[in-house]
Write a protein that binds this ligand. Structure first.
Ligand SMILES: O=C(O)C(=O)C[C@]1(C(=O)O)C=C[C@@H](O)C=C1
Length: 274
């Protein structure tokens, strides 16, 4: 059988690469790095790769907005799995010293805010497309540049770990989703992700929508709203619930919500990460 080609937010040494390795452990696969999340969605949609792994939310910083927006907008892509990983950041450099610039993914810089304010006040923070890309750039830059990233990135790009575990919380973790073109099959331990916009024609519609889950005893694992990218006051709600969209109670709740919605999309039903 042909080796599975799996897209991930690269280059090698990102947290997304770790998530891919966990999800596909024991399987014969080849990781294909993409520098940007939209490009990776495109590669999954066209079949250039069989599936892709992207970050979706972090326990300190919240959602990865570009991923949520693409899950809503891309008609060819569904969530087929999830991975939740502890995220431990290190300060990486060519050698210890005084730093003038620190590079990383904006989410990583934000997850280390307290350390940066305390230990590197006034040092310029520069956003990169991933933590590993920051390490790759620092490896060939001035010695006063540092990166925030994984130990694996330090090894891969020839850097040393200057400060360990610099994230604001020891409990820091990121949830990743695996995206594909064909829905995942039902396992009995599934989760369903939906996105919808509600009609504005009567009070209490969000309350009514949540009630459809509550009165069927369906547990929600996430609720979030994002701007619908129109004018103020228009939102898209993102809900994750336990169960598969074909389980009778979930199917009934979703059917009721569709009737209250101006937009509705099942982003996927997939095995829960445990
Ligand atoms: O840059 C990386 O290493 C990534 O995999 C991206 C990412 C993110 O987008 O949140 C993933 C995990 C961490 O939360 C920090 C960065």
């Amino acid at each position: 059988m042909a080796v599975l080609r799996i897209g991930f937010l690269g280059p090698s040494g990102t947290f997304t690469a770790q998530a891919m390795a966990r999800f596909y452990s024991g399987q014969d696969y080849e990781g294909v790095p993409y520098a940007e999340i939209p490009e990776l969605f495109g590669a999954v949609a066209t079949g250039e790769v069989a599936a892709g792994v992207v970050p979706v939310e972090n326990s300190l910083e919240g959602s990865v907005n570009v991923t949520l927006d693409l899950l809503v907008r891309d008609p060819a892509v569904v969530i087929v799995g999830e991975v939740i990983l502890p995220v431990v950041h290190h300060l990486l450099a060519r050698r210890p010293g005084r730093f003038t610039r620190v590079l990383s993914h904006p989410h990583a810089l934000a997850q280390c805010r307290a350390f940066l304010e305390r230990e590197l006040p006034g040092v310029v923070r520069e956003a990169t497309t991933s933590t590993a890309e920051a390490a790759r750039l620092v490896a060939s830059a001035d010695e006063s540049w540092a990166a925030i990233g994984t130990e694996e990135a330090a090894e891969r790009y020839g850097l040393v770990v200057v400060a360990r575990a610099i994230q604001d919380s020891a409990e820091n973790e990121t949830r990743f989703v695996v995206i594909g073109r064909e829905p995942a099959s039902r396992t009995g331990k599934d989760k369903t992700s939906i996105a919808f916009s509600l009609r504005h024609d009567r009070p209490g519609v969000l309350y009514a929508a949540l009630g459809e889950f509550a009165r069927r005893g369906i547990n929600l694992t996430k609720i979030e709203s994002r701007p619908a990218r129109r004018s103020i006051g228009h939102y898209i709600f993102f809900i994750d619930c336990e169960g598969h969209k074909e389980d009778a109670p979930v199917a009934a709740a979703l059917a009721a919500i569709i009737k209250m919605s101006t937009f509705f999309k099942v982003l996927g039903s997939y095995p829960r990460w445990e």
